[in-house]
Design a protein around this ligand. Structure first.
Ligand code: 6R9
Length: 659
């Protein structure tokens, strides 16, 4: 072959025996990094082949790097390869550095942390894996996890991966109903939970919520209950078991199940434009390769680093950057159980000083909340260990970027605003600190990661070339951690991601490419709203509220909020003849969302209106509602297609009165 070989990186920390596992170590020189990016697009097979060989431990090598058709959505990576991701995350590090800290558990209780070494985590994982096997759980079975942020949760997740069961983590803030619908969609026979969770000094009744959920989930045969607080919780005879008691009976050795590269690893539900959340499915080899690679390069992760991604394990950020990415690289990952403001807004920075955190990865909402307090909460702690300040989930506005960079980082650390999605598995667009990239611009995730080729496409499906342009954000080339399907609904998968713009993966986001070719995300182009960095489908919230017998119809939109990014605004039409006062209706609707989805999804504002703007075919014109909620009355656009024009004025009057 006449192509240039992928440039070898200078090895970092070679003198340290506890270096990152991979021979492809960190790159600090701009030219080779840029070369590497070019190479990744020019010869993707060779690029990913080298990385997969060097970074992963295989039980049996693969025959072919990839077989992906971006038109039909048929996706396969590392064909016929056999491996186990837990060997890559645990065994190889426990073998070389058994006493290295794998997980630093930052407990909810202020100033308390507990280390778990690679050896301990491997032992714990194997014990849980043996419990799962003794309970009859086999490769391919779905296991639903509803868990607090405790080290045993990581062992449970990895135990599923050890035996080849597919984990489906449901964020522990979801309601019983939301949990039950996810259990049923996956037809899971096993649920693993804990007695209670603890967050911000409050307890969360996890087992109780599971019990309620299971009334509607007859498929569940067993519930394993881990201990966090030791609270006495009801245990159904024959169905419920204390996990730690079962673990005592089991050996700390469990051979890893040989898994095909394309066997499912996990599913994770996310909101789309329709009412029903989608179980996004990720597979083995590609996911573990890409999350490890991005964790190392985006965060410039070096041997001995203490990496603190403070996301909950119930979201994709927790999956990829609390668990799989950092553990595959053999670094120390922080498991943060608390909130940014408990016991006070200095929590992150006090933790940074105590644990000597080198990278912190949080959300714009958390930053916007923190910058409201005096800077003393930050400056009184020693933050000299920090090198990289990361952010994800929603646009990082200029004010929050500046505060992060100047106050938290003292102008010394690199801010990485990373753009990606549940569906992409790992970070896609990001400044690359190890690339000595051009100076990051506030509000810009900047550049595609290795192998990623973003394109902007207009509504007709034409690729928009040149710079200083806006369009629908799509991805042209396949990457290893791309989602493979929606569990049980491949049609929906194709319809959502591959049919809108044939030949491309469609992200659902809009983006702007500036004159220098850097990317900025302009927001969702579908009916998904993003509140505090959490994706919520408008249809999901509406169907929860529509169950209130007094309501004829509802419409939910996102409107700008200075802390949450977007606030949820609900327009409500009552049935004829309903005379209840507005407060009682709003209280009822809040309760509906709380039970239907979870407290975190309760709308911030309700507007009871006489009607909604609709097209003649009966579709709600959200565009008009959004303009009203943004006080853009002059820009309502063409209302001639409305079936009921006077309603716009009624809504506007109501909004002006109450906003
Ligand atoms: C990882 C994660 C994905 C959606 C995505 C986009 C928004 C994420 C962003 C961002 C602007 C960023 N988003 N990162 N918007 N700038 N840096 O958040 O996954 O929960 O699936 O959400 O979040 O709209 O499409 P997920």
């Amino acid at each position: 072959m006449d192509r240039e070989p992928v440039p070898k990186k200078p090895r970092v920390g070679e003198e340290e025996s506890n270096g990152l596992h991979s021979p492809v170590t960190l790159c600090h020189t701009a030219p080779s990094n840029e070369l590497w990016y070019q190479e990744s697009l020019k010869a993707p097979e060779a690029f990913w082949d080298q990385l997969a060989k060097e970074r992963l431990e295989w039980i049996k090598p693969y025959d072919k790097v990839m077989d992906v058709d971006m038109n039909s959505g048929d996706i396969k990576w590392f064909i016929n390869g056999v491996l186990n991701v837990t060997v890559n995350c645990l065994d190889r590090h426990a073998r070389d550095n058994p006493d290295r800290v794998a997980v630093l558990w930052e407990k909810d209780e202020p100033k308390q942390h507990e280390p778990v070494t690679y050896k301990q985590l491997l032992d714990m994982t194997c014990q849980v894996a043996n419990v799962l096997k003794s309970q009859g759980i086999r490769k391919g079975d779905r296991v639903v996890l509803y868990l607090p942020m405790i080290p045993l949760a990581i062992a449970i997740i990895l135990a599923c991966a050890r035996i080849g069961a597919i984990h489906s983590i449901v964020f522990a803030g979801f309601s019983a109903e939301a949990l039950s619908s996810r259990i049923n969609d996956a037809t899971a026979e096993t649920v693993i939970t804990a007695d209670e969770g603890v967050r911000g000094g409050k307890t969360i009744p996890l087992k109780e919520t599971v019990d309620t959920a299971l009334k509607e989930s007859p498929c569940v045969k067993r519930v394993l209950v881990a201990t966090r607080t030791g609270a006495a919780v009801p245990m159904a005879a024959g169905r419920d078991h204390k996990l730690e008691e079962l673990m005592k009976e089991e050996s700390t050795e469990c051979p890893p199940e040989p898994m095909d590269s394309e066997d499912p690893l996990f599913m994770l539900y996310t909101s789309g434009s329709t009412g029903k959340p989608k179980g996004i499915l990720h597979t083995q080899a590609g996911y573990i390769l890409y999350t490890g690679l991005t964790q190392q390069y985006v965060f410039d992760c070096r041997p001995g680093d203490v990496f603190a991604c403070v996301a909950d394990i119930g979201w994709i950020t927790g999956h990829s950057y609390v668990i799989y990415g950092p553990l595959s690289n053999g670094v120390t990952t922080v498991l943060f159980e608390s909130t940014p403001v408990y016991p006070d807004p200095g929590r992150y920075w006090e933790m940074t000083e105590r644990l000597k955190v080198t990278q912190i990865y949080t959300s714009p909402t958390a930053l916007r909340m923190l910058l409201k307090s005096t800077n003393e909460y930050v400056t009184k702690y020693d933050r000299s260990s920090l090198r990289i300040l990361g952010c994800v989930g929603e646009p990082l506005n200029d004010k929050a970027w500046q505060w992060y960079y100047t106050v938290v980082g003292e102008g010394r650390c690199t801010v990485v605003d990373t753009w990606w999605q549940t569906e992409t598995g790992g970070i896609m667009i990001t400044p690359r600190p190890s690339a000595n990239d051009s100076t990051p611009k506030p509000g810009y995730p900047m550049n595609p990661f290795f192998g990623i080729e973003p394109v902007l496409v207009d509504d007709k499906g034409e690729v928009i070339t040149g710079n200083d342009v806006t369009g629908n954000l799509c991805i042209r080339k396949p990457w290893p951690s791309m989602a493979r399907t929606i569990y049980g609904n491949h049609e929906k998968f194709l319809e959502t991601y591959y049919r809108p713009y044939p030949g491309y993966y469609f992200t659902g986001d809009g983006a702007y490419r500036d004159k220098d070719g850097h990317y900025k995300i302009t927001g969702r182009v579908d009916d998904v709203i993003n509140v505090k960095g959490h994706r919520l489908g408008t249809a999901e919230l509406e169907s929860a509220m529509n169950r209130d017998g007094r309501v004829a119809e509802t419409a939910v939109i996102g409107c700008p909020h200075d802390v949450y990014g977007q606030a949820i605004l609900a327009f409500v039409i009552l049935k004829d003849g309903v005379t209840d006062d507005e407060d009682s209706i709003i209280t009822g609707l809040k309760a509906m969302v709380k039970t239907g989805v979870g407290s975190f999804a309760v709308p911030h504002k309700f507007l009871i209106v006489p009607g909604l703007p609709k097209t003649r075919s009966g579709k709600i014109m959200r565009r008009i509602l959004r303009k009203i909620a943004n006080n853009l009355y002059e820009e309502l656009g063409d209302v001639s297609t409305l079936a009921n024009p006077p309603v716009v004025n009624d809504i506007m009057q109501k909004w002006l009165k109450e906003a």
